[in-house]
Design a binder for this molecule. Structure first.
Ligand SMILES: [Zn+2]
Length: 461
């Protein structure tokens, strides 16, 4: 059997996850994500993939985030007509996320044309609503642990990765004349003590492990997340300012609503107006409620919205509601996407409120280099939004404990806890220092490990 693995993205960077696995004449893509962050990275979304989409037999999505799933619309528009496998909650979230991303793309192209600040004339969307709808039709729900035989030589199975609702790792069992090879893609691995999701399932015995390394070189301080968040909320409320939390609409938004609810219920914070300014966030929260048993919401028995989000939560369904938040004076909390402030409605809130010293901006997820989130955390005195420089007088802070990613200690513990030591480990999905940090730590423990190189094709058997 010919068995090849090619890294088409997500190698030496945390976005654009795309891995091509070839077993004889069967070709599958594991994830098909968008590149996000710097202009150079985003430019890659427009480039043709080294493989013809029409020659890919199937796609397996580990989870719904756009840096893992957002590329399927373009893949489909370039000739891919096969099945796109995902767990049922992931498929539900992808449906929401992809349509929203297409609309944002279309609106931003329109807005850029209207304001004339695009380099491209006319500005075009990366993919359209129609492309997204076509891709969504190709989604196939594959429940956790249900083995699926795509071809005699290739069987796939999703395992829980704990990163967000529906998030999975994928185990491929490949049969050939030289015996069986097992290849495991970690997907994004969650924390061992997430507030809302169960921890990643133990790693089975595999020949090859493709492992994420978002926090591969970092050990997070052991902080009490609830105490730290209560402190930030209370300080913001004391200043009578807005607390803006840029969040991914799927995952961190629900984590934060749940956390704020716990703090409010235990009277650690006052009952403040909370604005969820993201129609997508509202839809994804609905998906979380529908699949409540997959999360710690399930422990509530009867799950209703009132039990999982703060009392005075306002879900903004349209642009008028969104604009009304601007009129709100006094302490409040605004949850809005995107999580790295790369686009979406949160930009309008930042544009309006960053100059105000009473404002606090709280980042709760990983901020990739080149994003506005990273620039703000690095202390940028001004920031470009919609073609204008906005002065930053707001307080900028970070809460790492709610991140959806395991840190180095947790990654090592997960690999050490495997059924058997993996034969070889390829480290992906991290900035170069993070990948090198994890590789060094793994080698120090006697593992065969190396950082995957972008574009590299590896012969596995
Ligand atoms: Zn993710």
């Amino acid at each position: 059997m010919l068995l090849n693995l090619q890294f088409l993205g997500g190698a030496g960077t945390i976005t654009g996850s795309r891995y091509l696995l070839e077993a004889d004449d069967v070709r599958v893509l594991v994830d098909c994500g968008l590149f996000q962050g710097s202009r150079a990275l985003r430019a890659r979304n427009w480039q043709a993939m080294p493989v013809d989409p029409a020659e890919v037999d199937a796609v397996f999505l580990t989870h719904a985030h756009l840096d893992h799933a957002g590329g399927i619309a373009r893949l489909v528009s370039h000739g891919f007509d096969g099945p796109i496998f995902a767990t049922p909650p992931t498929a539900d979230l992808v449906d929401n996320l992809l349509l929203d991303a297409a609309q944002i793309q279309e609106h931003e192209a329109e807005y850029a044309n209207y304001r004339g600040f695009s380099k491209h004339r006319p500005a075009r969307p990366l993919f359209t609503t129609q492309d997204a709808k076509t891709a969504i039709k190709q989604l196939r729900g594959l429940p956790f642990h249900q083995p699926f035989t795509l071809a005699p030589q290739l069987n796939a199975q999703f395992r829980r990765s704990g990163h967000l609702l529906g998030a999975s790792s994928v185990l491929f069992t490949l049969n050939g004349d030289l015996g069986t090879k097992r290849v495991f893609f970690s997907g994004d691995l969650g924390r061992s003590n997430s507030e809302l999701h169960s921890p990643p399932e133990p790693l089975p015995a595999v020949d090859y492990l493709i492992c994420e390394a978002t926090y591969g070189d970092r050990k997070r301080p052991d902080i009490d997340v609830r105490e730290a968040l209560a402190d930030i909320v209370n300080r913001s409320a004391a200043r009578d300012g807005a607390l803006i939390i840029p969040v991914f609409a799927a995952g961190r938004m629900q984590d934060m609503l749940w956390l704020l609810k716990q703090l409010e219920a235990s009277r650690k914070i006052p009952s403040l107006p909370v604005f969820v300014d993201s129609p997508l966030g509202v839809e994804c929260t609905g998906t979380y409620l529908r699949f409540a048993r997959e999360t710690k919401f399930g422990a509530l028995g009867q799950v209703t919205g009132e039990r999982v989000w703060p009392t005075h939560t306002d879900f903004c369904a349209n642009v008028v509601d969104s604009k009304n938040i601007n009129m709100h004076h006094g302490a409040c909390i605004i949850l809005s996407s995107s999580g790295m402030a790369t686009g979406g409605r949160v930009l309008f809130h930042l544009r309006k409120r960053l100059p105000d010293p009473r404002t606090t901006v709280l980042f709760v997820g990983y901020q990739a280099s080149g994003t506005r989130g990273r620039l703000l955390l690095d202390g940028a005195p001004e920031i470009k939004i919609h073609g204008r420089y906005i002065p930053v007088n707001a307080q900028i802070c970070e809460l790492q404990g709610v991140s959806g990613h395991a840190d180095q200690t947790e990654l090592l513990a997960w690999i050490d806890g495997a059924e058997a030591r993996p034969g070889e480990i390829f480290v992906t999905h991290g900035e170069p220092e993070a990948c090198d940090g994890l590789v060094d730590a793994l080698r120090g423990r006697g593992y065969r490990a190396r950082a995957a190189r972008d574009g590299e094709r590896v012969v596995l058997a």
